[in-house]
Design a protein around this ligand. Structure first.
Ligand SMILES: NC(=O)C1=CN([C@@H]2O[C@H](COP(=O)(O)OP(=O)(O)OC[C@H]3O[C@@H](n4cnc5c(N)ncnc54)[C@H](OP(=O)(O)O)[C@@H]3O)[C@@H](O)[C@H]2O)C=CC1
Ligand SMILES: Nc1nc(O)c(N)c(N[C@@H]2O[C@H](COP(=O)(O)O)[C@@H](O)[C@H]2O)n1
Length: 252
């Protein structure tokens, strides 16, 4: 039985203008990038480092799975993998193709063989990951074999100490055939990307879709806060049963 619920009628047309489509996925050096996550009223995405906090209502959780159906890949950092051990598949009913999980793990910390994602993939419920590591990283051989066996891959790139590594990561994903990616977190990834977007020559984040839950998580929470101001344009709000959703595009 699905853990999700039918999406409210108004939500799909509300989201549509912020999605990748035939005409906005032709960039040769990067996929269409949607930044999407759930936060508290005090801009926290979990209550404590290293832990997962449920923020989204079932309605907005279902929305996240719908958003997953509309992208080729889902990207998260290794901090999220170690804290959440996520499934990173799409459980929206009648999903035709699964998104590719992409993990930024510069130091190759992830023991893939022990993960929930490996199980999900073995059960045919999702795709094996592309794991982005630094060129210098020593990759655990068991992890490596397991990823390869399931059809995933390790991608070695010059990440560590490289201030333009987002450009390199996105270019590499595009060359691997990924035309759209939803970036879910965690905080380091989101903050970094907002900073990089602001100072890059051309915008790299195409859309943002943020769920805001009516709760304060407090000072120990993991915070989304880029290093300087970022304005959002083309803003629209949707009000759900519990959460609000903001769609927009970050200005440089
Ligand atoms: N509410 C929500 O929607 C979401 C909440 N979360 C929460 O966020 C928290 C995790 O966030 P956080 O700890 O910040 O971890 P992240 O998932 O942002 O991962 C951070 C790590 O990823 C690597 N990394 C990320 N970007 C780069 C880059 N550009 N270049 C090189 N390395 C990079 C680094 O690894 P290294 O340390 O090896 O250098 C870094 O420390 C968890 O509590 C999770 O539950 C996560 C996603 C969504
Ligand atoms: N949309 C959203 N709402 C929340 O309340 C969350 N905690 C998250 N977390 C993100 O979703 C991933 C879990 O995905 P699976 O259900 O395991 O596929 C987690 O890793 C975060 O990226 N998101």
């Amino acid at each position: 039985m699905s853990e999700l619920i039918p999406l409210p009628q108004t939500l799909i047309p509300f989201l549509e203008p912020y999605f990748p489509n035939e005409s906005n996925t032709n960039h040769p050096k990067k996929p269409f990038v949607t930044l999407t996550y759930a936060q508290s009223l005090d801009s926290r995405i979990s209550a404590k480092p290293g832990t997962q906090t449920k923020l989204s209502h079932l309605e907005t959780k279902t929305m996240t799975h719908y958003i997953r159906t509309r992208h080729d890949a889902i990207l998260v950092g290794i901090g999220t993998i170690l804290a959440d051990d996520p499934k990173l598949n799409c459980r929206y009913p009648e999903t035709k193709s699964q998104p590719r999980p992409v993990i930024i793990d510069p130091n190759a910390k992830w023991k893939y063989q022990d993960s929930t994602l490996r199980k999900i993939c073995a059960e045919g419920k999702g795709l094996a990951p592309f794991i982005i590591v630094d060129e210098s990283a020593g990759i655990d051989s068991e992890s490596h074999n397991c990823v390869l066996e399931q059809g995933g891959k390790y991608v070695s790139l010059p990440l560590i100490g490289n201030t333009s590594n987002w450009a390199i990561i996105l270019d590499s994903l595009r060359q691997l055939g990924i035309k759209s990616v939803m970036i879910e977190g965690g905080a380091r990834v989101i903050n970094d990307l907002l900073d990089f977007n602001k100072f890059s020559e051309k915008p790299i984040i195409d859309s943002i879709i943020i769920t805001i839950a009516p709760v304060y998580l407090g000072i120990e929470g993991v915070q989304v806060s880029p290093s300087s101001r970022v304005d959002i344009t083309d803003v629209k709000w949707w009000q759900g049963e519990q959460d609000s959703v903001l769609c927009g595009r970050p200005l440089q």
